[in-house]
Design a binder for this molecule. Structure first.
Ligand SMILES: [Zn+2]
Length: 573
């Protein structure tokens, strides 16, 4: 289903790179939610699909038909918050360990990367250049890999579950991508070559027809059937298609027999990468790089790789975050922000007080204001400004709350703190163990964690960031009953003093709340600002035909006169 909420380029943190439309469709089939497209520059010819998997917003990038590879640099320039990319597609497996339909994840575990990189195999005769390549996944991704490996050993993968769901939700796609009984995993002896079907009058045999129907099945290696497996290890990238078992085996020996997969797309994609680009290669195995290589397994292999990538991103995080609190301030924020006119509120964003608050750790900026002074819209402008500055910085955490007396159920101290915790967790790639432990502890008894438990976890999570911004609108709407507001103010002040958090808060002119911010914070009163009103008036007049007909001198005189009245009203003249 299409989500209607507006998102920006900065909301996307994971790149998913495909080399063909088959891989792209497999990736799309694994999205939990499809998002509306965002504008991209005309020169960028990548095909982008946006969506989410678990708590991650994902950009699927695919080159347009007939071109070599998607332009990663271009993608990361447009979607600047992307932390890393997954390269998800198909590749050739190296027997005997790897079989068709398996998944190989490129890692350098147990290998010396330099040693492995130094020995490319160059076969002049076959004009092929092969080297091992495992990109450097960022630390959080390595941790997610470790976690998923343990999970698979303990309780198996969720891949069958995803495929089952695909069958239910999109039968047409499923019939194409899921394994049918006709699909056989035949591994022929290395010295037994493929027998090309003898179509009498055809000089060209379509790839789809070039299957092994004429090959002698007694020449296959006998193996016990087994379930699909995920392997972690070396992936070799070749710049030509390899369709020869002897060449494949020579290559494998050259790399110490450690190669699990040969891939062709990476070599093309790789040259377009900035060096040390953080990414992870995931390949579904569709052939054995021998002369029998054909297209039969390609679709299925593509969906297996995509399903594994989904599992890696999914990790059941979302469920736990929802359990923390179902409250999401995002829609309300976007609604307020839409009503904001960027020129207004500049007096705040340009003020010395605001700039000091932004640049200094452990600062609180308190902005009291009268009813109707536009506090909430200004808060949305502040959130927007902080997000624009820091959203793509992985070590800066941002959380915000719009207090609203109409939403009583969300205005309880546990919910408020849990919401801050949820927002700060969402930015981390994988769910920290402390949250998982809290969840495990409470889920069976269906109990809720105490405020102290939530606070303890929150303090740990804040430690993951070098800076944290917490923005709270309308503190006066936070209820005083059962000490909610009092506790909330106390905890905010504690976060500032003990953990160096930057808080921004607005409130009506409530003496109790103002007293709380008397020490340890900067205050800046929000008034129905004269400058903002001037701007409105000026803009309004500029649209009047009678005004635009005046010459410039007359216009200016008129403006000065009108604005004098505005100033008088606001006592600023
Ligand atoms: Zn064959």
């Amino acid at each position: 289903q299409m989500a209607t909420e507006t998102r920006t380029h900065g909301d996307y943190t994971v790149g998913w790179i495909c080399a063909s439309s088959i891989e792209r469709r497999a990736a799309m089939a694994m999205l939990d939610e499809l998002h509306e497209p965002l504008p991209t520059p005309e020169y960028d010819r990548n095909i982008y699909t946006l969506g989410s998997i678990g708590k991650h917003n994902v950009v699927i990038a695919c080159p347009p038909m007939g071109t070599a590879a998607p332009y990663i640099i271009s993608m990361t320039n447009i979607f600047r918050a992307i932390n890393f990319s997954l390269l998800v597609g198909v590749g050739s497996g190296i027997p005997p360990d790897v079989r068709l339909g398996d998944v190989v994840v490129g890692t350098l575990e147990g290998h010396n990367p330099k040693e492995m990189m130094l020995n490319p195999l160059v076969e002049a005769e076959n004009s092929v250049h092969v080297e091992t390549w495992a990109a450097t996944p960022p630390q959080p991704l390595l941790e997610a890999l470790k976690k998923i490996k343990t999970e698979y050993e303990l309780s198996g993968s969720r891949i069958p579950e995803y495929l089952e769901r695909l069958k239910r939700d999109s039968p047409a796609l499923a019939s194409r991508y899921l394994k049918s009984d006709s699909l056989q995993d035949l591994l022929f002896d290395a010295d037994y070559g493929h027998v090309t079907p003898d179509f009498a009058n055809l000089s060209f045999i379509p790839r789809e027809e070039n299957d092994c129907r004429f090959c002698d099945k007694t020449m296959t290696v006998k193996r016990k059937p087994r379930e699909m497996r995920v392997h972690y290890g070396l992936i070799a990238s070749a710049d030509r298609e390899i369709k020869s078992a002897p060449l494949r085996d020579r290559l494998c020996r050259n790399f110490g027999g450690k190669v699990l997969c040969i891939d062709m797309d990476i070599a093309r994609i790789k040259i377009l990468f900035p060096s040390h680009y953080p990414c992870l290669v995931v390949r579904g195995i569709c052939d054995y790089a021998d002369s029998h290589k054909n297209m039969e397994w390609r679709d299925h292999a593509a969906i297996m790789a995509a399903a594994y990538a989904k599992d890696l991103l999914h990790e059941q995080d979302l469920q736990i975050l929802e359990w923390l609190t179902p409250v999401d301030y995002g829609p309300r924020h976007r609604d307020f922000l839409r009503r904001w006119q960027p020129e207004t509120g500049l007096w705040l964003l340009d003020s010395a007080e605001y700039k000091t608050w932004l640049s200094t750790k452990k600062q609180t900026l308190f902005c009291p204001g009268d009813i109707g002074s536009g506090k909430t819209i200004l808060t949305s402008a502040v959130i927007n400004d902080v997000k624009t500055r820091f959203q793509i910085n992985p070590v800066v955490g941002i959380a915000y709350i719009y207090c609203d007396h109409r939403h009583k159920e969300t205005q309880q101290i546990d919910e408020l703190i849990a919401s801050i915790l949820k927002q700060l967790t969402q930015k981390l790639f994988s769910l920290p163990d402390c949250i998982r432990q809290m969840y495990e502890k409470h889920k069976y008894g269906q109990t809720r964690p105490s405020l102290n438990e939530i606070l303890g976890v929150l303090h740990t999570i804040i430690g993951e960031y070098s800076r944290v911004f917490i923005i709270v609108d309308a503190l006066d709407e936070c209820p005083t009953s059962s000490g909610c507001r009092q506790t909330f103010l106390k905890e905010l002040s504690n976060l500032q003093n003990q953990f160096g958090v930057n808080c921004f808060a607005t409130s009506r002119l409530d003496p109790d709340i103002i007293a709380q911010f008397r020490t340890n914070s900067i205050s800046l009163e929000i008034r129905e600002n004269a400058k903002d009103v001037q701007l409105y008036v000026k803009r309004y007049m500029e649209q009047l035909p009678a005004f635009t007909e005046l010459d410039q001198w007359q216009q200016e005189t008129m403006l000065v006169k009108v604005l004098e009245h505005v100033d008088k009203r606001y006592d600023l003249a």
